[in-house]
Design a binder for this molecule. Structure first.
Ligand code: H53
Length: 839
C-alpha cells in the first residue's frame, strides 16, 4: 500500500516536473517570439529595455485568459461589485508582482538566465507608475491586490496621470524636482478602451424646463465638454484565476467640440482648446495631506468621478439591471474626500438624467457610498470656495444646497435651537468666506464612515467628526489598514520568503496569521542563525546600493535605523535628526566613548511648496555631510538620505532595516502603513503611541517594541495648558547642546541663517512637540542600542515581530470591508478554454 502511494507520489512528481519543463519551454518560446514580433529586435540588437518589454508581453499574454474569464464570470453572474474610487493608485512596477502571482517567477528567472540575462535587472527596467503621493495611494494599491486575491469582484477607478509623482534628486543637499514621464517608453500593462469613452461637462449654467409630464426639471448647459477615455490594467490575484480591473481615465478633447472654431478658421484656438482639455489628466498634485485649493484639482476630481459613475450606469445597462438597483449591484467606496463630489454627481445622474424622484435617488445614493477618512490634520480636510465651485460645477452646487436643506431640516428636529451644532454640520461653511465642506458631503451621503486605525477612529468620533457621530453613531466603524504580503514580503524579500516557506510551507502567503508558526522555532538555534543570515545579506545588498548611489561606505553590521515616508513636520524626521546630533555631541565630547555603530537611512519626498519640509531634508543631508566624514566619528555614525523614495526603492529598503522609525506626534498619524512593512520584514519599531503603532505593539507585546513620547491625551493637555518649548530647552542640557549646535551654523559651513527658520519654530511654537518628546526619545534609543548589542536577543525579538504581523495583511482589512461595509462575496473564476472564449 505504502509502495503504491510512493509510486503515485513519484508519478505526481514526474508529472509536475514534466509540466514545469513544458511551461519553461513555452515561456522561452513566447519570450523570444515577443522580442521578435512585438519589439522587432533579434537578440544581438536588443537593449535591456527590449528584453524587459518582451518579458512583460509574455506575462501579459498569460494574464489575458484570466482577465477574460473573470469578466465573463462577473457578467454572466451579474456579480455585486466593489468600486474603489481613488484619486491615487501607487501601484509600483507590475512585472515582478505578476510573475509571483502567476507562480512563474522562478521559471522566468531560469529562462532569462539561460539567455545570459538577469531577471532582477530586467525588473528594474520598468518605470514605476507613481500615480500617488504616499500612504493613501499605496493603500489603494494594496487593497486591489487583496480584492483580487480574495476573488472579490472589484474595479479600481482613478486618473491616468501622464506625469506621476515627481522624481526627486538632491543638489547640495536640497530637494530638486524632475518631471516623471513614466509613459515615455510605452506601457505594456494597459489597454485603451476608446469604445467606452464618456463625456464630462464643465461650467456654464443651469436652466429649468417642464418635461412632457408637466414636471419641472433642471438641465445643465455646460460651457465645455471633455472626453474621458478608460485605460484598463489587469490586477491578478495570488494563485487564483481572478484578474480584476484598474480603470484609469485619460482626458481628451472631443473631436466635434473644436470643429466650430476650426471651421471659423480659428485653427490655433481649436488646438488650444484641445490642450486645455488634455491638461485635466496631465499631472498628479504632489501634496500629501495638504490641500492645494486649485481649480484644476477640483476639475480632476469631478472628471474621474463622473467618468466612473457613468461607467457604472453603462455596466448596469449591458447587464439589463434597472437603475433603481444601482446600490444592489455596486458598493462604491470613497478613498478620502477626493472623490466625494460623487455624492452630488450620482444625484445629478439619477435625478436629471435618469429622471428618478429625488427621494428614490437619495436612498440609492446613501446606500451606495461608503467613506473612508484618512486624516486628523485639520488643514487636510478639503473645502472649495463657493465662487470656484459655482464656476466649475453650477448644477452640483444647486444639488448640494438641496441636500443640505433637507439634511439640516432633519438635524433641526433632533437638535432644535442648537444653532452652533447646525452650523458645524452644514455642508456650507458660512463664517467668513463661504466654502463647500467635502467631508460633510461624504458623511451625509454615505451609509458607512470609517477610520483607518483604532485610535484614529476614536479620535474621529470624539473630535473631527464628532457631530456626525452624535447624529448617526451606527454609521461609524474602524478598519485598521493593512499591506499586501505578496509585494512587501514575497517580492521584496525573497530570502526571507524562502526561509519562512521552508519552515512553514507556503500557506502564509494567503493567510498571514500562519506566520505565528514561526514562534515555535524561536529556540531553534539553526533557525535563528538562518534568520540572522537573511537580514545580514539584505543589509549587505542595501549597503552596496547606497555606496553606489551616494559614494559613502556603509558597514552592514551596523544597526540600520530607517525612516522612510513623506517628509512632514508631524512625522518628525527632524526629531530623528536631533537624535543623530545628540550622538555626535557625545562622540565629540568623548571620542573614545563606546557606541553601537548605526547607519541612519532616510528617504521621502517633500511637497514642492512645503518649505519647512524641504529644510528638513537639507538638515538631514547637512548633518550627514559633517558626521560621515569627521575622523573622530570613526565610522560609528553614518547618515544616508536616499533620493527618490518610491515603491521600487521601498522594496530594497524594508527588508534591510533593523529599526523602524515611527515617531509622529501622538494623535497625528491616522494609521501609517510603512510601520507594517517594516514589522513583517523583521524590523523592530521605535514609536509613539500613534496610529497603527498602538496595534502593532498590542500584537507583538510591549517587551518587543520600543515605545516613547507623550500620549495623545497628554499632548492635548500640554496644548491646553499652553505649551512652552523654551522650557524643555532650558531643562535638558543634551537638547540645549543639540539645538545650539544646529543654530550656530555648524552644519552649514558656519552660516547660522540656513536652519534658523526651523530652530525658531521649534523654540517658539514647536507645534509637533519635538522638544517635549526629545529626552524620552533619546532614552529609548539608548535602550535600543543596549538591546542590539545582544544579537541573539535582537534576532528573537525580530522573529516575534514578523511572526505576529498577521493582523496587518491587507487581506484581513479587505475581509472586514467586505463583510462589514460592502456586503459582497467572493466569486471564484473558472478558466475558460480557447473554445469557450471563441463561442
Ligand atoms: O493615508 C494612509 C495613512 C496615513 C495618512 C495617509 C494620507 C495620505 O497619504 C494622504 C491624505 C490623507 O488624508 C491621508 O497620513 O496615516 O496610513 C492610509 O490610510
Amino acid at each position: 500500500d505504502s509502495s503504491s502511494a510512493g509510486q503515485e507520489d513519484d508519478r505526481e512528481r514526474r508529472g509536475i516536473s514534466e509540466r514545469a519543463s513544458l511551461d519553461k519551454r513555452a515561456l522561452r518560446r513566447s519570450f523570444l517570439d515577443n522580442l521578435l514580433y512585438v519589439q522587432g529586435k533579434f537578440p544581438r540588437l536588443a537593449t535591456k529595455n527590449d528584453y524587459y518589454l518582451a518579458l512583460a508581453h509574455t506575462v501579459r499574454d498569460r494574464l489575458m485568459q484570466r482577465w477574460i474569464s473573470t469578466a465573463a464570470a462577473y457578467t454572466t453572474q451579474c456579480s455585486r461589485t466593489v468600486c474603489y474610487l481613488s484619486a491615487e493608485f501607487l501601484m509600483g512596477p507590475h512585472l515582478g508582482n505578476n510573475l509571483i502571482n502567476l507562480g512563474i517567477y522562478d521559471v522566468a528567472a531560469e529562462v532569462v538566465g539561460e539567455l545570459g540575462l538577469d531577471l532582477e535587472d530586467l525588473l528594474y527596467q520598468e518605470e514605476e507608475p507613481g500615480l500617488g503621493n504616499g500612504g493613501l495611494g499605496r493603500l489603494a494599491a494594496c487593497f486591489i491586490d487583496s480584492l483580487a486575491t480574495l476573488e472579490v469582484p472589484a474595479l479600481g477607478y482613478g486618473i491616468r496621470y501622464e506625469y506621476g509623482i515627481f522624481h526627486q534628486t538632491l543638489s547640495d543637499g536640497w530637494q530638486v524636482e524632475k518631471t516623471d514621464k513614466w509613459l515615455r517608453f510605452g506601457n505594456p500593462w494597459e489597454l485603451a478602451r476608446p469604445e467606452w469613452a464618456v463625456e464630462i461637462k464643465f461650467g456654464g449654467h443651469t436652466e429649468q424646463y417642464t418635461d412632457e409630464h408637466q414636471r419641472l426639471r433642471v438641465r445643465w448647459v455646460a460651457a465645455r465638454i471633455v472626453n474621458g477615455v478608460p485605460y484598463d490594467t489587469p490586477i491578478l490575484g495570488y494563485h487564483v484565476n481572478t484578474a480584476n480591473t484598474l480603470r484609469l481615465w485619460k482626458a481628451e478633447a472631443p473631436e466635434s467640440f473644436d470643429f466650430g472654431q476650426f471651421n471659423r478658421g480659428d485653427y490655433a484656438g481649436a488646438v488650444t482648446q484641445k490642450i486645455v482639455s488634455e491638461n485635466l489628466s496631465k499631472v498628479l498634485y504632489p501634496n500629501d495631506e495638504q490641500e492645494a485649493g486649485k481649480e484644476l484639482r477640483l476639475q480632476q476630481q469631478f472628471f474621474f468621478v463622473s467618468c466612473s459613475l457613468q461607467d457604472m450606469l453603462r455596466i448596469l445597462q449591458i447587464q439589463r439591471i434597472p437603475v433603481e438597483k444601482f446600490h444592489e449591484k455596486f458598493a462604491v467606496q470613497l478613498n478620502d474626500t477626493h472623490p466625494s463630489i460623487g455624492v452630488a454627481e450620482l444625484m445629478r445622474l439619477l435625478v436629471d438624467e435618469q429622471l428618478l424622484a429625488w427621494d428614490t435617488a437619495w436612498d440609492i445614493t446613501c446606500k451606495s457610498f461608503g467613506y473612508t477618512n484618512h486624516t486628523l490634520m485639520p488643514e487636510a480636510l478639503e473645502r472649495w470656495s463657493l465662487p470656484l465651485f459655482q464656476r466649475v460645477l453650477p448644477r452640483h452646487l444647486e444639488i448640494i444646497y438641496e441636500i443640505n436643506a433637507r439634511f439640516l431640516d432633519q438635524v433641526r428636529i433632533r437638535f432644535f435651537g442648537d444653532e452652533a451644532r447646525i452650523a458645524r454640520l452644514s455642508l456650507i461653511e458660512e463664517q467668513g468666506p463661504r466654502y463647500v465642506r467635502m467631508a460633510n458631503l461624504a458623511c451625509v451621503g454615505s451609509h458607512a464612515i470609517n477610520g483607518v486605525a483604532d485610535l484614529h477612529t476614536e479620535l474621529l468620533k470624539q473630535d473631527v467628526l464628532k457631530d456626525f457621530y452624535e447624529l448617526c453613531p451606527e454609521k461609524f466603524s474602524n478598519k485598521t489598514n493593512g499591506v499586501t504580503p505578496r509585494r512587501w514580503i514575497v517580492l521584496a524579500n525573497p530570502r526571507l520568503t524562502s526561509l519562512i516557506t521552508e519552515t512553514l510551507g507556503d500557506g502564509w502567503i494567503r493567510d498571514l496569521d500562519l506566520l505565528r508558526g514561526l514562534e515555535s522555532h524561536i529556540d531553534d538555534a539553526a533557525f535563528v542563525q538562518r534568520w540572522q543570515a537573511v537580514k545580514r545579506a539584505n543589509k549587505a545588498d542595501l549597503a552596496t546600493h547606497i555606496e553606489r548611489r551616494l559614494q559613502i561606505s556603509i558597514d552592514p553590521d551596523s544597526l540600520f535605523d530607517v525612516q522612510v515616508k513623506r517628509i512632514h513636520e508631524y512625522k518628525r524626521q527632524h526629531l530623528a535628526a536631533l537624535h543623530i546630533v545628540a550622538l555626535y555631541c557625545r562622540i565629540k565630547a568623548n571620542p573614545n566613548i563606546e557606541m553601537v555603530p548605526r547607519t541612519f537611512i532616510f528617504g521621502g519626498k517633500a511637497a514642492p511648496g512645503y518649505h519647512m519640509a524641504k529644510l528638513m531634508i537639507k538638515l538631514i543631508t547637512a548633518i550627514g555631510d559633517v558626521v560621515n566624514f569627521d575622523p573622530d566619528v570613526r565610522g560609528r555614525l553614518k547618515v544616508a538620505f536616499l533620493p527618490n523614495f518610491s515603491v521600487t526603492n521601498g522594496q530594497r529598503i524594508y527588508p534591510a532595516a533593523d529599526l523602524s522609525e515611527q515617531i509622529s506626534t501622538a494623535g497625528k498619524e491616522a494609521s501609517g502603513t510603512g510601520n507594517m512593512k517594516f514589522q513583517m520584514n523583521g524590523a523592530l519599531t521605535i514609536g509613539t503611541m500613534d496610529g497603527a503603532n498602538i496595534e502593532i505593539m498590542e500584537e507583538v507585546g510591549k517587551e518587543n517594541f520600543f515605545q516613547f513620547g507623550l500620549l495623545t491625551p497628554e499632548v492635548y493637555a500640554w496644548q491646553a495648558r499652553g505649551y512652552r518649548p523654551q522650557e524643555c530647552y532650558e531643562r535638558s542640557p543634551a537638547l540645549r547642546e543639540v539645538i545650539d549646535l544646529i543654530g550656530s551654523g555648524y552644519f552649514a559651513r558656519g552660516d547660522s541663517s540656513v536652519f534658523k527658520p526651523l530652530i525658531d519654530v521649534l523654540l517658539r511654537y514647536d507645534p509637533y512637540f519635538l522638544l517635549a518628546d526629545f529626552d524620552s526619545y533619546v532614552a529609548c534609543q539608548d535602550e535600543v542600542s543596549a538591546v542590539y548589542k545582544d544579537k541573539h536577543r535582537w534576532a528573537r525579538m525580530a522573529i516575534l515581530n514578523s511572526a505576529r504581523s498577521g493582523k496587518f495583511s491587507s487581506d484581513r482589512t479587505i475581509r472586514q470591508y467586505c463583510s462589514e461595509i460592502w456586503n459582497v462575496d467572493k466569486v471564484p473564476v473558472r478558466l475558460l478554454s480557447q473554445e469557450d472564449v471563441e463561442a
